[in-house]
Design a protein around this ligand. Structure first.
Ligand SMILES: C[S@@+](CC[C@H](N)C(=O)[O-])C[C@H]1O[C@@H](n2cnc3c(N)ncnc32)[C@H](O)[C@@H]1O
Length: 179
């Protein structure tokens, strides 16, 4: 079920061969493989707070993929280190104050692009494992407001509702860092 939103978000990144790409929350590492195939001459980084997830991702990674144990709100990279940032099914774990969006924006270079996907509140309501005390849910306005708290200006943000198989509805956000 995670493949389709990852495919959508990776497509939205408009990857170039030489892009340096960061994935926030790598999970099993499925997207890292796709990122390294598309950005064939770039450097691919993935971070996750979970050692178990990083181990699983490492088992399917190539030499151009680097992994680090880190949290979304404290990325171990200098300003402007990446051309693209992928963030699929991770904003459920973001704080209210926009700090993770701010961090993602910081590590993007000018002209950089971030693509993120979350299943929306209506879909999460049907998932017993995604309760409000573990997963932050959003409707479109709330997501746009959270992104704005992270420092992206309105002209940098494009959020689209998406429909996926099995009745899943979500939000695909493309965040372009203008300068
Ligand atoms: C729902 S999974 C999504 C994984 C993958 N992006 C996908 O689409 O299949 C969320 C991932 O984020 C990681 N995670 C959750 N909170 C985190 C945080 N604050 N900092 C870093 N990683 C975090 C989890 O360990 C998990 O691997």
């Amino acid at each position: 079920m995670n493949k389709q939103p990852n495919r959508l978000a990776i497509e939205a990144l408009q990857l170039a061969e030489t892009d340096n790409v960061l994935e926030l929350g790598v999970g099993s590492g499925w997207a890292l493989e796709k990122l390294s195939q598309a950005a064939r001459r770039g450097r691919i980084w993935g971070i996750d707070q979970s050692a178990d997830m990083l181990a699983m991702a490492a088992s399917r990674s190539t030499a151009r993929v680097s992994l680090a144990r880190a949290r979304f709100e404290a990325l171990p990279f200098p300003d402007g280190a990446f051309d693209k940032v992928l963030a699929v099914n991770v904003a459920y774990f973001f704080a209210d104050d926009g700090r993770e969006f701010r961090e993602a924006r910081r590590v993007l270079g000018p002209g950089g692009r971030m693509a993120m996907y979350i299943s929306d509140r209506a879909t999460l309501a049907g998932w017993p494992f995604a309760r409000e005390d573990t997963h932050r849910s959003y409707d479109m306005d709330e997501l746009i407001a959270a992104i704005a708290r992270g420092g992206f200006t309105p002209d940098e943000v494009d959020v689209t509702p998406v429909r996926l198989p099995l009745g899943v509805s979500g939000l695909l956000a493309i965040l372009a860092k203008n300068s």
